[in-house]
Each structure stands twice: as structure tokens, then as C-alpha cells.
Design a protein around this ligand. Structure first.
Ligand code: ASP
Ligand code: MG
Length: 405
């Protein structure tokens, strides 16, 4: 049995017309001898609509009830798709997450998958069914309905592919692949034929969120090859695979900018062991996600530390830092909200020299001041003033992805 796993996002099943078109696409695979397992998201923006309804009742909905509510969106789309497949002359059956025993932890609204039972899916496939599974949802050990976090259907799809031992998983989304930069910013952006799991994860972390990050982690772990493509065309999209399998490795394969973080600086803290641990320990205990951290070299027993946090957490982070100032010996806590983090990502960086230097030079030529820098194995990020974000993406893209093609 040649099994393919396909996931259709909200846009792809946004209307009944679109659902019928998806049924036709699936029929094409069946006609070519495939057994198809389909994971679907809720129609269009219906999950947002459910969130809005909850908001009309309460500002603090119970997370358990939120999952009970949000999981209904997918239950609608799986049933409608099953009917559309029946109309197309195919046998098809839909299942909720709990019906296929998609068991998760009990962390409502952001649950993690523990296990999936592939038996039911296999049985249904053997009886010649197209198997349709509701994405985004699972069930905890006490049979409470859970969801995997917004955008989580991608993760459901990859987890199901992994559980079935299927190598290929197609992700149909509203873009036709992964691009070197946001096409709304860069005119000469290109669709990548392939990209590695690591680059995808790095791009997601740095602001280019085509896929739910956890889906990429799963794909990497279980060696599931993803094909990100559009349900509106038959064009090839982008293959997300392991580095080893890639034909070409670009020094830079993507340039991103994100502006949802703010910078905090504490000046003149004492330069001795335990200070950073106290500061970041405290932020961590308070569930504040810290991204970039830069500490200046100590001078006269003093140093300063800057870091970035989500803008939503800024007020709380400053308050906590203010409270610690006495312990840390800092003179002031400053913050800046209008920053952007501009990044370049590429596995080719692992075997190239001078990439960082070149990126800094490109920025300096346009007089863009770099306020913080951080690097990973395959990425370089700079904090700059937010008013230069688009310019920075354009010129970095031009330097690395347009000039030497
Ligand atoms: N419907 C859910 C959401 O909008 C899950 C998904 O689309 O992946 O977040
Ligand atoms: Mg999505």
C-alpha cells in the first residue's frame, strides 16, 4: 500500500467550493493508486471566530473549555470533506483526534502529543477508505479534549505520518512554498526548491512562520519529508528535508525580520558570578521567554546586560528587573520597543567565512546601527531600529540572494 499523508490548512478548506476542490485533488491521488490519509484544519478563520465568541463571554475562559470549543472547528471540516469525497464517488471516513487515540498531555491549549494509535487508520485504509482526521486536537489520559496550540494541525499531520511510518507528508497551505524573504517586502524573492529542517526551525523562530515549529521538529525526528505547497495549483512547492538529502546548500536561504520583541538594558550591574543566573533565573521562573542576550565585557567591576523579550512581557520584565536592581547593583533599567530583529539563515554558513562581516557591512553602508548581535550555527540576527526593518531585509537579501546568482 502506497500511503500519502496530506494536510489541508484553513484557506484550502475555507468554503464548500474549496472543500469540493480538495476532494477532487484527493481523487487524483486515489486514481494514481495511493491510499490517502488527510488531516484538516478548521474552515477559513473559523478558529478565530470561536476565540472571539469565548471573549464575548469571559476575559479568562477555562482552558479546558477553550479546547472543547476550539476543537469543534475541525469537526465541521472533516465531516464536510468526507461528504465531498462521497459525492466524488470515493469511500471516506472522518475521525476526531480522540477517535484515533491521539493522546496528549493535559496541558490545555498547548498540549504535546504522547502517542497515536495507527490501528484504526490502518483498518480504515484497508477497507479502501480515504481517512480524514481532525487536526489540532487530541485527548488527554482522562479523556479531556485538548488542542496542540494555534496552527497545530501541521503537527497532527506529521505525527500521524510518523506513526504510520510514512515518509512523505504534503502540507497544503495558503502560500505555494517557502520563499527566501517575504514577497511583500522583497520583489526578487525566490521560492526555495528545498530547505533543511534546521533552516525551517530557525526561520520559524526568527519570524517566518510557514509551519508550526513542532511539526518541523517531529518531521526531523522521524524523518518525514514535508512538501509545502498550495492547494490552488499543481505546481511543486518546497521540500523540507534533512541537510544530507539536499542537493544544493545556500550560504543564506532566508532573510527575515520580526518586530514582536522589545529590548531591556540594565546598566552597571556588578561583574561577578551569579548575577546573570539570578536575573534570567527570575525571568524564567516568571515564564518570561528571553530571546537574545548580550552582556558587555566587565569594566571597573561593572557590566551591562541587554536582552529581548516579547513585547507583551515587557512591562512584567521591567518590573522584575526593577525589583532585582538592588541585588544586581544595576543603576538603571531601560527599554526600547521600536526594535526589529533582522536575521539571515542558511546551512551553507557552516562551511563559509565572512558571512557575518558581510551582513554587517551591508547594514553599515546604509547607516543602519546594530544594537545587538546574536548568532547560531546557521543564523545571524541583528537588533536594529524598527524603522529600518524592511530596508534591512531588502539589502541583505540583495547582497546574498540576488547579486551572485
Ligand atoms: N484551526 C487551528 C488554528 O487555526 C489549527 C490549525 O489551523 O492548524 O489554529
Ligand atoms: Mg496553519
Amino acid at each position: 500500500m502506497k500511503i500519502i499523508v496530506q494536510k489541508y490548512g484553513g484557506t484550502s478548506v475555507g468554503t464548500t467550493e474549496r472543500i469540493k476542490a480538495v476532494a477532487q485533488r484527493i481523487k487524483g491521488y486515489i486514481d494514481n493508486g495511493y491510499s490517502v490519509v488527510v488531516i484538516v484544519s478548521a474552515m477559513g478563520k473559523s478558529t478565530d471566530e470561536l476565540v472571539r465568541l469565548a471573549g464575548e463571554i469571559t476575559a479568562q475562559p477555562s482552558k479546558r473549555e477553550m479546547d472543547m470549543l476550539l476543537s469543534t472547528g475541525e469537526q465541521i471540516s472533516i465531516a464536510l470533506l468526507a461528504m465531498a469525497l462521497h459525492e466524488a464517488g470515493l469511500t471516506a471516513v472522518s475521525y476526531t483526534g480522540s477517535q484515533i487515540r491521539m493522546v496528549t498531555d493535559g496541558n490545555f491549549t498547548n498540549a504535546k502529543i504522547h502517542s497515536i494509535s495507527s490501528e484504526k487508520i490502518h483498518d480504515a485504509l484497508r477497507s479502501n477508505n480515504v481517512v480524514i482526521v481532525a487536526g489540532f486536537q487530541g485527548v488527554d489520559r482522562d479523556d479531556n479534549i485538548t488542542t496542540l496550540g494555534r496552527g497545530g494541525s501541521d503537527t497532527s499531520a506529521v505525527a500521524i505520518a510518523a506513526a504510520l511510518g510514512v515518509r512523505d507528508c504534503e502540507i497544503y497551505t495558503d502560500v505555494d512554498g517557502v520563499y527566501t524573504a517575504d514577497p511583500r517586502i522583497v520583489a526578487r524573492t525566490r521560492k526555495l526548491r528545498e530547505i533543511s529542517y534546521e533552516e525551517m526551525l530557525e526561520l520559524a523562530r526568527l519570524g517566518a512562520g510557514v509551519l508550526h515549529s513542532r511539526s518541523v521538529e517531529f518531521a526531523k525526528k522521524y524523518d518525514v519529508r514535508l512538501h509545502v505547497r498550495s492547494s490552488f495549483s499543481s505546481e511543486e512547492g518546497t521540500i523540507v528535508t534533512s541537510r544530507e538529502e539536499m542537493m544544493e546548500k545556500f550560504v543564506i536561504s532566508g532573510v527575515t525580520a520580526k518586530s514582536d520583541e522589545a529590548k531591556v538594558t540594565i546598566r552597571d550591574i556588578v561583574d561577578r558570578p551569579g548575577v546573570a543566573s539570578k536575573l534570567f533565573g527570575c525571568l524564567g521562573e516568571n515564564k518570561i521567554y528571553v530571546n537574545m542576550i548580550v552582556q558587555s565585557t566587565g569594566h571597573d567591576g561593572k557590566a551591562s546586560i541587554s536582552f529581548t523579550v516579547k513585547k507583551d512581557d515587557l512591562a512584567r520584565a521591567k518590573e522584575l528587573c526593577g525589583g532585582l536592581k538592588g541585588d544586581l547593583g544595576g543603576t538603571s533599567v531601560e527599554s526600547k520597543e521600536d526594535i526589529a530583529i533582522v536575521s539571515a539563515v542558511g546551512v551553507g554558513m557552516l562551511s563559509s567565512y565572512g558571512v557575518a562581516g558581510r551582513m554587517f557591512e551591508v547594514l553599515s553602508r546604509e547607516n543602519v546601527n546594530i544594537e545587538m548581535i546574536s548568532t547560531s550555527e546557521i543564523g545571524i540576527s541583528c537588533v536594529i531600529d524598527s524603522k529600518y526593518a524592511e530596508l534591512a531585509v531588502k539589502i541583505i537579501h540583495k547582497a546574498f540572494l540576488e547579486e551572485n546568482q
